[in-house]
Design a protein around this ligand. Sequence first.
Ligand SMILES: Nc1ncnc2c1ncn2[C@@H]1O[C@H](COP(=O)(O)OP(=O)(O)O)[C@@H](O)[C@H]1O
Ligand SMILES: [Mg+2]
Length: 381
Amino acid sequence: MHEAEAAVRSAIADIDEPRLRRPLAELGVVQGVAVDGATAVVALADPLPRSESWDELARRVDAAVGALAGIDRVDVDIREMTDEEKARAANVLKGAPPPDPLAVVDASAQRTARPRTNPFTDARTRVLAIASGKGGVGKSSVTTNLSIALAERGRDVAVVDADVWGFSLPRMFGVAEPPGLIDDVLVPPETHGVRVISMGFFTAEDQAVMWRGPMLHKALEQFLTDVHWGEPEYLVVDLPPGTGDISLSIAQFLPRAEVIVVTTPQPAAQKVAQRAAAMAEKVELDVIGIIENMSWFRGDDGKQYELFGAGGGAELAVKVGVPLLGQVPLVPALREGGDEGDPIVIARPDDEASQAFRAIAEIVDRDIKPRRRAHPELKIS
Ligand SMILES: Nc1ncnc2c1ncn2[C@@H]1O[C@H](COP(=O)(O)OP(=O)(O)O)[C@@H](O)[C@H]1O
Ligand SMILES: [Mg+2]
């Protein structure tokens, strides 16, 4: 191979495909490289259909190749992989060894059985489960804005909408595209730097979903194992309201989950929220803190009006023995942002509520260290 072309290939081999977070060479994305004088032409085949992530891919390749000595022009040409190429890429995502680029591969390469492993037992990913005793207290709003605030801190964040009856995350995040499918591997869409999977992508929004406990368990398992997540730093899970079967499933699939309980300020709500915390502890999940939502409304006069009473979050925190992570005010823009898919932390970053979400993200990310050991059996005494 021409020396300059080899240099280009090695400059791009380890670049991650933006949505899959795996190296181009491993996925078989690099199709051809040609160098003519100071111009490099790079032909790529991506496993996912054209989307914004192709622009990011082109940018990454352009930057890496453009930095090479003697190259001042880079042409990046991207097409979508053929079904055969996708099947091979899917095998890599499922854990098969990367293909030997020089081998002549049988087009009917056998499909690797998907290993049904749950990637979130890994110590690298922190799992935050957002819980509440009842619906309507702002769990999904917290999930959405806290996830984006964590992503803004440079974290790789994935979100699972485990509220399979009352899913609302696709709308709240404003997810525009459905999950990608590479052979039989699902790839979550990414919005505002956060990857999201929800039952909402698989059922019409006006269709009632009737789930029984075991089906819920199965759905959650599939969200965790049949989706290519890579290795996010955070997995934020929006739990359904209440304390039902899901806690057991979460405890089984995500034994290291750190539970955050969302409550409103009035004492009645606090009692229900306390049951959610008690349930989490019963299945040995760590509750790491409380978020009080709808804490006050600030009038045009600048005063705080405590429409739903005061002190509920702080009292609950004392009862459970965990910190109050923050208080989020009631602001119309927060609801509007949720309805329109334009989350408030993005739409109005200076709003009091956005500041509260960023402060909570900072506490969770910087100050709270997961208490439970990932591998207690490895503990050295
Ligand atoms: N702090 C807030 N200020 C204004 N509206 C809010 C606030 N928190 C939640 N909402 C609105 O209240 C409704 C219920 O919130 P949601 O996050 O869906 O709760 P849950 O997921 O607990 O059912 C939504 O319409 C949401 O936009
Ligand atoms: Mg919800």
